[in-house]
Design a protein around this ligand. Structure first.
Ligand code: SAH
Length: 395
């Protein structure tokens, strides 16, 4: 008999709107003792079938929905979802020359907890929920059958795994070991990606289009790439003709890879410098030294990890934005981002506005920026939008 999760009276509303998360507090009863990750039927208090999802006994999110229809959750289901996800990532959405692509973006592709990135001939997977981990072998086998690749590497080493009662899991799932650095190509630029040790699955694919935009705005400019990691934006600025780019990050290994990435793109050494430092301190030092830039990128790590960190995060965003604005020459451009899902778009804009007031600079917003289209948003899941940014000009 099917294992069932029965909701409390009236708690089906979000499910009917196809929101994939069911919180513990919405559940009235669980029947059949499902194992961690096992598929359960979701029913209203009155016994009406709502769909099927994965049971996660340890998490506050007890069920994440696989389907809102009466369909079996099996290898064929995963194969269908993967093919759907692949069909989105075709030209004109993603150019066929781009070889670093997010193929599966979790809830936004109907597969909560499943992330799959392609880096050249390798796929890198993260299984971050009980349900995703339960189906890991099936998903890996399906990927291997559908997508031509040399190997599949797992990078399930996220902190959220604990909340699911899962341990870390890193290593080969299938095929050949990847080389230490896998080369990818995006919009005319080359990057080396460290699949085993890089952040997330190795690279920030979500910023691809914003990197291209920075590239088109960089000609003859003096650029400061803050939180540069392996030089994502800095390389784009250099290939776009920047006069000079300073890449600033607190991680030595990230900067070492940035230097390799600059080399891959054939850029002469006099056009860039690498600065291993804390951004908060380095910006202040530039201010004291009267150093100015024509284009500044601020792409910090998540300053807001949970709702109760919003105020603290807001102060950090305001601080770096304020000083960056003071470092801009007239006509200078600021590309400022927040990848914190808890930070709403309008609050971010307000923080940037407050920063401009304190900086005593007049800034005009030219564009709103967001994540690249291989990180899509399903309309019923606003939480899928996390990356936001502004392109602003100092007048
Ligand atoms: N812009 C990058 C991604 C940035 S990830 C890209 O497009 O690829 C965030 C980076 O910020 C990491 O490399 C991390 O090492 C760095 N970082 C975090 N806190 C920092 C700080 N206080 N000062 C300098 N760098 C920091």
């Amino acid at each position: 008999m099917a294992k069932q999760v029965i909701l409390k009276q009236g708690r089906e509303r979000s499910v009917i709107r196809k929101h994939p998360w069911i919180f513990t507090g919405a559940i009235q009863k669980v029947t059949g003792s499902p194992e961690r990750g096992e598929t359960v039927d979701l029913l209203t208090a009155g016994g009406q079938f709502l769909g099927r999802g994965a049971w996660s006994p340890q998490s506050q999110m007890s069920v994440r929905m696989w389907s809102f229809a009466d369909e079996l959750i099996d290898a064929e289901f995963f194969s269908k979802k993967i093919l759907e996800a692949l069909s989105l990532r075709k030209p004109p959405v993603i150019s066929s020359a781009t070889t670093g692509v997010r193929l599966i973006h979790s809830e936004s592709d109907g597969l909560p907890g499943v992330t799959v990135d392609r880096y050249g001939d390798w796929l890198v997977c993260q299984f971050s929920t009980a349900g995703a981990a339960y189906w890991k072998k099936t998903i890996a086998t399906t990927l291997q059958t559908i997508i031509p690749c040399k190997g599949i590497f797992e990078r399930s080493d996220l902190s959220v795994l604990k909340k699911e009662g899962l341990g870390e899991s890193v290593g080969m799932l299938w095929g050949e070991e990847p080389p230490e650095v896998v080369e990818i190509f995006e919009d005319g630029r080359k990057y080396g990606v460290n699949i085993r040790g890089g952040h997330k699955t190795g690279f920030y694919l979500d910023q691809r289009d914003n990197r291209s935009l920075v590239g088109t705005c960089s000609k003859d400019r003096e650029v400061l790439d803050c939180f540069s990691y392996t030089g994502g934006f800095g390389v784009a600025a250099l290939t776009g003709g920047a006069r000079k780019v300073t890449m600033l990050d607190s991680s030595g290994p990230a900067l070492a890879q940035a230097e390799l990435n600059i080399g891959l793109n054939g850029i002469p050494a006099e056009n860039y410098s690498l600065l291993e430092a804390d951004v908060f301190q380095a910006l202040r030092k530039f201010r004291v030294e009267n150093q100015r830039f024509d284009l500044i990128i601020l792409d910090p790590p998540k300053f807001v990890e949970s709702r109760n960190q919003i105020d603290k995060g807001a102060r950090a965003y305001k601080d770096i934005n304020m000083i960056a604005m003071q470092l801009l020459n007239p006509g200078g451009l600021l590309f400022t981002f927040s990848c914190s899902g808890h930070m709403e778009d309008l609050l971010f804009q307000k923080i940037v506005a407050d920063a401009a007031l304190d900086a005593e600079r007049e800034m005009k917003i030219l564009r709103w920026l967001s994540q690249a289209p291989d990180h899509p948003l399903i309309t019923g899941f606003p939480e899928g939008k996390y990356l936001k940014g502004l392109m602003a000009i100092a007048t």
